[in-house]
Structures are given as structure tokens and as C-alpha cells.
Design a protein around this ligand. Structure first.
Ligand SMILES: NC(=O)C1=CN([C@@H]2O[C@H](COP(=O)(O)OP(=O)(O)OC[C@H]3O[C@@H](n4cnc5c(N)ncnc54)[C@H](OP(=O)(O)O)[C@@H]3O)[C@@H](O)[C@H]2O)C=CC1
Ligand SMILES: O=C(O)[C@@H]1CCC=N1
Length: 274
């Protein structure tokens, strides 16, 4: 499916780079991918890394794209749609922007209905992304399959029932890598305070995340059971988890994700009002 199709990216930053890299790895030829970005450095990097054609503004050639991926910042989104609209053909349009609602995306593209809202994450750069997807009622099955295939080129994906749930996906897995990095940083700091080097701390923390996440992914057991199995009675893990509970970390963590989801909804209002 992917190798028979043509792709255009509007915005050539982090997310576009991850997705273009994934498509190339899946065998999509460079000649089937193009990108638009006003930033000369971004264009140069994309041509050097992937050998794809780039342009500084939307143009008639975009009509030929089977799939158009909108990967600009939410603040730049409406303007990017306005510039794209005169050159939009019948492409499937996939937006990866946080907060931007499907109804606004469609409205800004003059009622275009072949639209999908996607929320990937930066592990996509390592081919281990997780992407949430939502589409309008009546989205053709072929468009759903294509959006899944694009997302799966950089990892895994799941569909949610409606657009609003993408704000929840954003709070959990879209922003999620930052929470993991935050914990790795804290573990690294603790390691140095406990007499290990920063490099040793990083290696221990990273491998622990990789190992624990792999175990949780492979095991049919509840995650709480996996946690309990580490926690020997009266032992070190119990001491650590008690300190975390005393500090209210679990609740604080849930509140943090509620704040992220609320910000996503707020961005939808803020940028969708225009
Ligand atoms: N980073 C992340 O973890 C995730 C990000 N996202 C979403 O992905 C989107 C892109 O994020 P990211 O890749 O990190 O951002 P970047 O800033 O890396 O990339 C955006 C690029 O788009 C360019 N641009 C600005 N205006 C236009 C325009 N009108 N037409 C074409 N290109 C334009 C920017 O140029 P310039 O720099 O000159 O403005 C920049 O090069 C955002 O909407 C974000 O919400 C989704 C999931 C995760
Ligand atoms: O912080 C943000 O708004 C974007 C969306 C998910 C990750 N980064």
C-alpha cells in the first residue's frame, strides 16, 4: 500500500522527519515524497537526509499527493491550511498537530472530508512510536488503512472513537516520552548522589525502562502484579514506593496528565476560534 503511493509533508521538522524516515525504511522511494517548509535549513536537511524534493511554499504539484501530512505547530496551523487550500486535490490529509480539532481542519480546508487526526510521539524517530488516530464518521476504510500504514511505518498505532479522545492520547503517549525522560533524569541524579557516575546512572535507568516496558508489553498479567513481584516484604522497593506514596507522586502524576489533556482542549478552543 505505502510503496504504491505518493506523500507530501507540510512542515519539515521533528515529526515530519520521523515519518519520512519511516516511509523510506518501508521502501517508499524518495521520488514519491515531497515536503514544504519555509525554513531553508529544514529543507536542506530533508534533501540531504532523504533525497526528497522540497519547496518553500505550497504549489500545484501537491495535488498529485495521495497523502498529505500536516506537521506544523498548532500556532502555525491555520495559516498553513490557508496556503495549502488552493493547491489541495483529493488527497487524504493527516494532521499530527496537538489540539487542532478535525472539524477545524476540515473547515480550514474548505470542507475537505478525507481527514485524519493523528498523535504520534518522538520515539517514532527510533521506529518505536505510538500513534493515536481518529477520523470523521464515514471515513472510507481505505483511508483508515492508509493512515494506519503511515503511523505503523514508525511504530504502532491505535484508533480512538472520536476526535476529542485525541487530547487524552496526547496527554498519555504524545507528551509521554517527556515524562519518561523526566524520570530517567531523576534516576540519573539519584545515581550520582549515591556514588555512581552519570553514565552509569543513565545506562542503569534507560535499561530499566526498556526492560520493564518490554516485560509489561509481553506479560498478560496486570501491571500492579508485576510491580508487586518486585516489591519484597520489608525490602528496598517497599521503602522507595512508600516514599513515593508519602510524597503523593501517583496522584500528582495523574493530575499532570489531566493538565496536559486540558491544555490540548484549550489549544483546540484557542486556535480553532480563528
Ligand atoms: N514534538 C513532539 O513530541 C510531537 C509533536 N506533535 C505535533 O507535531 C507538529 C510538528 O511538531 P514538530 O515537528 O515537533 O515541530 P517543528 O517545529 O520541529 O516543525 C515544524 C516545521 O514547520 C515549519 N513551518 C512553519 N510554518 C509553516 C508553513 N506555513 N508551512 C510549512 N511549514 C511550516 C517550521 O518552520 P519554522 O521553524 O521556520 O517555523 C518547522 O520547520 C506540532 O503541531 C506538534 O503539536 C505531535 C506529536 C508529538
Ligand atoms: O508538547 C506538545 O504540545 C506536543 C504534543 C505532544 C508532544 N509535544
Amino acid at each position: 500500500m505505502l510503496t504504491q503511493s505518493t506523500f507530501a509533508f507540510i512542515g519539515g521538522g521533528n515529526m515530519a522527519t520521523a515519518l519520512i524516515g519511516g516511509l523510506r525504511k518501508r521502501g517508499v522511494p524518495a521520488s514519491a515524497i515531497q515536503a514544504v517548509d519555509p525554513f531553508a535549513d529544514a529543507r536542506q536537511r530533508l534533501s540531504a537526509d532523504f533525497g526528497i524534493a522540497t519547496a518553500d511554499a505550497p504549489h500545484a504539484g501537491l495535488r498529485a499527493a495521495d497523502v498529505l501530512v500536516l506537521a506544523v505547530k498548532p500556532q502555525q496551523f491555520r495559516e498553513a491550511c490557508a496556503a495549502l487550500a488552493p493547491h489541495l486535490g483529493d488527497s487524504l490529509v493527516i494532521s499530527v498537530a496537538a489540539g487542532i480539532r478535525l472539524t477545524d481542519l476540515s473547515r480550514w480546508l474548505n470542507g475537505h472530508s478525507r481527514v485524519v487526526r493523528a498523535m504520534p510521539n518522538t520515539p517514532a524517530l527510533a521506529g518505536m512510536g505510538m500513534t493515536g488516530l481518529a477520523g470523521p464518521t464515514g471515513l472510507p476504510a481505505a483511508d483508515r488503512d492508509m493512515a494506519s500504514a503511515v503511523a505503523n511505518a514508525v511504530g504502532k498505532s491505535l484508533w480512538v472513537a472520536d476526535d476529542a479522545q485525541i487530547d487524552a492520547v496526547t496527554a498519555i503517549s504524545g507528551s509521554g516520552p517527556a515524562y519518561v525522560f523526566y524520570f530517567i533524569e531523576a534516576m540519573q541524579r539519584a545515581a550520582t548522589e549515591l556514588g555512581l557516575s552519570a553514565e552509569q546512572g543513565r545506562a542503569l535507568a534507560v535499561e530499566t525502562f526498556v526492560g520493564a516496558a518490554t516485560l509489561a508489553g509481553e506479560s498478560p498479567e496486570a501491571v500492579s502484579t508485576l510491580r508487586e513481584r518486585v516489591t519484597s516484604k520489608g525490602g528496598t522497593t517497599y521503602a522507595a514506593l512508600t516514599a513515593m506514596a508519602d510524597a503523593g507522586m501517583g496522584d500528582a502524576f495523574v493530575r499532570a496528565m489531566q493538565a496536559a489533556a486540558a491544555r490540548g482542549r484549550e489549544m483546540g478552543e484557542e486556535f480553532g476560534r480563528q
